[in-house]
Design a protein around this ligand. Structure first.
Ligand SMILES: N[C@@H](CCC(=O)N[C@@H](CS)C(=O)NCC(=O)O)C(=O)O
Length: 95
């Protein structure tokens, strides 16, 4: 079946963040530069979200923690590394 751009399924992108976090700003900026919509979850504002993040991220407790669909990417460094290796866009459904 032919897939038009408007029908293309983009995975849900989730970024767990908190206030005063430069790495969080960096991760969000990279996604925004690519015009990728993401759900930001503030672990310092929403009850239970810190625990949820740590559970999903295999115990990692630094922010940001980034998920593309069901896949745990890690933090800002891992996001940038994937991008530098040209592996990020395919995960985001951009290619
Ligand atoms: N290498 C990590 C560094 C993330 C980081 O250090 N985040 C800070 C906030 S900007 C943090 O969570 N510090 C508390 C901690 O490491 O537990 C990444 O690239 O995401």
């Amino acid at each position: 079946m032919n897939e038009t751009i408007s029908e293309k399924k983009m995975p849900e992108v989730v970024v767990y963040t908190m206030a005063f976090c430069g790495y969080c700003v960096g991760a969000k900026s990279l996604l925004e530069k690519k015009s990728v919509a993401y759900l930001e979850i503030r672990i310092d504002e929403e009850a239970g979200k810190r625990e949820e993040m740590e559970q999903r991220a295999g115990g990692r407790d630094s922010v940001p923690q980034i998920f593309i669909g069901d896949q745990h990417i890690g933090g800002f460094d891992e996001l940038v590394e994937l991008d530098m290796d040209d592996e990020l866009d395919p995960l985001l459904g951009l290619e």
